[in-house]
Design a protein around this ligand. Sequence first.
Ligand SMILES: NC(=O)c1ccc[n+]([C@@H]2O[C@H](COP(=O)([O-])OP(=O)(O)OC[C@H]3O[C@@H](n4cnc5c(N)ncnc54)[C@H](OP(=O)(O)O)[C@@H]3O)[C@@H](O)[C@H]2O)c1
Length: 318
Amino acid sequence: MSESVSGRRVWVTGHRGMLGAAMVRRLEGTGAELLLAGRSELDLTRQSDVYKWAKENKPELVFHIGAKVGGIHANATLPGDFLRENLLIQTNVMDAAFQAGVKKLVFVASNCTYPTRAELPIKESSQLTGALDESIRSYAISKIAGIEMCRAYKLQYGADFVAVIPPNLYGPGDNYHPEHSHVVAGILRRVHEAKISGAESFVVWGDGTPRRELLHVDDLADAMLHLMNRQTDWLYNIGYGTDLAISEIAALVAEVVGYKGAIVYDKSKPNGTMKKLLDSSRINQLGWFAKKDPKLGLKEAYADFLSQLNQPERSRLG
Ligand SMILES: NC(=O)c1ccc[n+]([C@@H]2O[C@H](COP(=O)([O-])OP(=O)(O)OC[C@H]3O[C@@H](n4cnc5c(N)ncnc54)[C@H](OP(=O)(O)O)[C@@H]3O)[C@@H](O)[C@H]2O)c1
């Protein structure tokens, strides 16, 4: 079904995170009545609390965004936490929403749910066709279970649940923690620190040739609203459409930050998956295309990083 958000009770989980905050920004002015509960009011891992909250607050539409999120280091050291917390959170939210009679739910998965050797560009049909990246396997399996829940609830109960698969996200509100950040936030922080300390060079892991597709969070929030407003299937890739080599990302970030030193590649460190470009033709056929050019988007991300430095109370610098 297609569901307009105007005048509807819309639950956004994880609204204080990077994507959740972008979703709230995107919903401003749409006439949606927002239902927001941060972790201190509602811990999404607590089953009975989540069911009680959904019963009392009667959401009609849900953007399920809240999850335990982290970079390679966090995933390598805390795989049990990633698996347990994400399975609990998404099972609680999706079933409580279903029991409360929610009309439509959009769930955010991740591109790490695709096999490392999926054919490029990666189509939705590549799900469950091969082995996953070992370094992020527990998180990926939790997200695969969430995608399957959308499919299974649609099949068995006719629930209008749809999962979306974004590539690497970046934008305002990102997490710049030295051990928990993703690729763009990590590079941005280290380039900024190199500039401030006057370092002659800045080190990037690997040889710089792996390619990554970057999507600004505002684009993803816009795509999720687009899907909420339309009749949909249960799984969509949501990408920018082109990817950049890590060396190009590092050069762009250096330009945006104003860092004049050299970029040095530490080839003794692993490259990771060489290419992950998503095939986003299914959502493109529904009339949605990403808009934010990475250079412009990175300028905004850097402005946000600088404002986090100046506002320790909202900072995610670690
Ligand atoms: N960032 C990426 O590159 C990327 C890529 C692909 C997919 N995704 C997916 O996109 C979604 C949003 O990611 P993000 O980057 O915006 O992450 P984020 O900034 O870390 O935000 C996650 C949000 O979830 C909340 N949360 C976590 N555990 C919770 C719990 N037990 N109870 C209540 N709230 C809880 C967090 O609350 P606190 O603020 O209290 O911690 C935070 O508000 C996630 O589902 C993630 O898997 C992200």
